[in-house]
Design a protein around this ligand. Sequence first.
Ligand code: ADP
Length: 251
Amino acid sequence: WQLIELNSKSNDEIAQLGATYNEMNERIRENFFKQKQFVSNASHELKTPIAIIKSYAQLIQRQGKVNPEVIEESVEAIDFETDRMTQLIQQMLMLATLDRGDGLTYQTVDLVKLSRDSIRSISAAFNRSIQFDTNTEQIEVSVDPEKINQVLYILLDNAQKYSDDLIQLSLEQVSDHVLISVIDCGEGISEQDQLKIFDRFYRVDQGRSRETGGTGLGLSIAKEIISAHGGTLTLTSEQGKGTTFSIMIPN
Ligand code: ADP
């Protein structure tokens, strides 16, 4: 501990120091609480696939010899749960890297080309067509291209999961920043859920998200990546009409 020299400080200055100290204390408490909640959620999320893997292993032990069909079904389930755990761990490691404030490798890239390339690979992966709109031929920016690609993947993957209709990615240079919008005409997100949608592990429909393979970490990773670039990620949504995620990156 270091003693703060308060000699010759005016009452105003002391009051200001006190206020700063209280604010710092509040932030530390908030962060501590968030960390605790993260660890508890992470343990819970990892416990589920482990329990499922264990039960299938026991099923094979008990019935595998007499009922070979059980083996095929169990191995398939174990494979699925192992992939889910791997995805969870990779996403948690990514968040830890972003929390440490490192992990970005800047490069000057053309965002129009980067967006076109991501759209091509994502529409092939999901077998969905994605419309691309831009008001310019080329937008040179200094970003971490892999991370921006990851954000586009997260947003477009969600768009195709939660919408059967048209998905659109639009890109424009607006004064001193670039605006990227991912637009879907799907089920939308309620106002209440919009407040929590970027929270770590938050999912609107827990049961369905497990079916669709979601972890509830995608949007929080996307938000951290964009913040690390000095930008913002926001959304507007209307239930039954669709959702637009807007990324602003300074340029
Ligand atoms: P997940 O891995 O579950 O998709 P995300 O953090 O990416 O996690 O998203 C959190 C939740 O936000 C999702 O479970 C889903 O309920 C909701 N969501 C995300 N994107 C959309 C969208 N485009 N339309 C409707 N709901 C969405």
